[in-house]
Design a protein around this ligand. Structure first.
Ligand SMILES: NC(=O)C1=CN([C@@H]2O[C@H](COP(=O)(O)OP(=O)(O)OC[C@H]3O[C@@H](n4cnc5c(N)ncnc54)[C@H](OP(=O)(O)O)[C@@H]3O)[C@@H](O)[C@H]2O)C=CC1
Ligand SMILES: O=C(CO)COP(=O)(O)O
Length: 343
């Protein structure tokens, strides 16, 4: 089907759901955006704004929002789910009675379900066994996309038709969509980098230099790819937009909510205050806890995650943790070239 003839539904009324829906509405695709708050849906329909999540960014007059999930999903062939990981499964369950076999359902969520250690694609497969599943992830700060800053992302799926349909639906003069078949790697890239964005924000608040930033980013990439490979992902995925690309943007931009939580912690706020003052989702906070538990269980070496966990949840002093990290046994640079054990 021609992209413009598709009917698309986006589940989620936050910053990312809104920009994704808006990209497609701007190019004439029929889009319905579902959100639980009917007054916000009215605001999008009448004022063409989402002032809670994207203040100051005018939206397409063709973007239509509703709080009626059945209506939103009616006749939709492509469905994006842009809901924080903690509520993702419950929203998919809400949508389930209105979905048909063979529909394409794509997660844009960068998090893990703690109780089951499921990525969002796994929740989709679990809840909707007859759907075609994909994930969209990459360096995509919602507020920059809303301003039409030139941006690229990745669509990953085993299903070639899904990849090409999403590329066609989202391609814009300011938005490019690259394809991947490593769904697990793409999804883990987007999820894990949130942890290191908290570490980067924290270090920025403490005045780290450029050498330190570079070391932190590169060792974060080493650690996240080590974890992902031990879970079955392809390390080459981490060279792409969904790996190093998303790590760079999230660790360097104060627009990142995870970076902002880290910055607030480094400026002396406690975790509760930092999350409260943000007022939006920062997936990395839960992800630290979930990944730390998994790394301990599987004995995966993740010194940055362990150190950050101590600082964020156990009140350890950053300087002490940093000193211990720096004095650790020296190791291999790229362990896919020189294995750590061989050093
Ligand atoms: N923002 C960004 O730059 C990007 C975000 N992402 C990812 O997209 C996902 C969504 O993030 P984002 O849109 O930014 O989040 P926001 O915090 O901006 O918005 C969250 C949205 O989810 C809704 N929501 C939460 N729980 C429920 C529920 N139980 N039922 C219905 N709606 C619910 C909220 O509704 P309500 O307002 O009523 O509470 C709100 O509309 C995250 O995993 C994030 O990592 C990915 C790329 C970029
Ligand atoms: O994933 C993002 C950019 O790609 C958004 O990051 P935050 O959730 O930290 O704002």
């Amino acid at each position: 089907m021609n992209a413009v003839q598709q009917k698309v539904a986006v589940l989620g009324g936050g910053s990312f759901g809104t920009v994704i829906a808006n990209i497609m509405a701007e190019k004439g695709i029929k889009v319905s955006q579902w959100m639980r708050d009917s007054s916000r849906a009215e605001e999008i329909n009448q004022q063409h704004m989402n002032t809670r999540y994207l203040p100051d960014y005018p939206l397409s007059e063709d973007l239509w929002a509703t709080s009626d999930i059945e209506l939103a999903l009616k006749e939709a062939t492509l469905i994006f789910v842009s809901i924080p990981s903690q509520s993702f499964r419950s929203v998919v369950q809400l949508a389930k009675p209105f979905l048909k076999a063979g529909q394409m359902v794509i997660s844009t969520t960068k998090g893990i379900e703690g109780e089951t250690f499921s990525l969002m694609s796994e929740i989709l497969k679990d809840e909707l066994p007859a759907a075609k599943v994909g994930v969209l992830s990459g360096p995509n700060l919602a507020k920059e996309v809303a301003k039409h800053q030139l941006t690229a992302t990745v669509i990953s799926s085993d299903d070639e038709a899904l990849r090409t349909d999403v590329q066609a639906a989202l391609h814009q003069s300011y938005f490019r969509v690259y394809a991947s078949s490593d769904m697990y790697g793409v999804e883990l890239g987007g999820t894990l980098k949130n942890i290191y964005a908290i570490a980067a924000g924290l270090s920025a608040a403490l005045g780290m230099g450029e050498n330190t930033k570079s070391m932190l980013l590169t060792r974060s990439l080493a650690e996240m790819s080590r974890f992902a490979v031990s879970m079955g992902a392809n390390p080459m995925t981490f060279l792409g937009l969904a790996g190093v690309g998303d790590l760079i943007v999230t660790c360097m931009s104060p627009l990142s909510r995870n970076y902002r939580v880290g910055y607030a912690l480094g400026s002396g706020e406690n975790l509760e205050e930092a999350v409260e003052s943000l007022g939006e989702v920062a997936e990395g906070v839960n992800t630290i806890r979930i990944i730390k538990a998994k790394a301990d269980e599987l004995e995966i070496y993740m010194p940055l995650v362990s150190g950050l966990y101590e600082v964020v949840f156990n009140g350890a002093h950053v300087q002490e943790v940093v000193k211990a990290l720096m004095m650790n046994e020296q190791s291999s640079d790229v362990e896919f070239v020189l294995p750590r054990e061989a050093n």
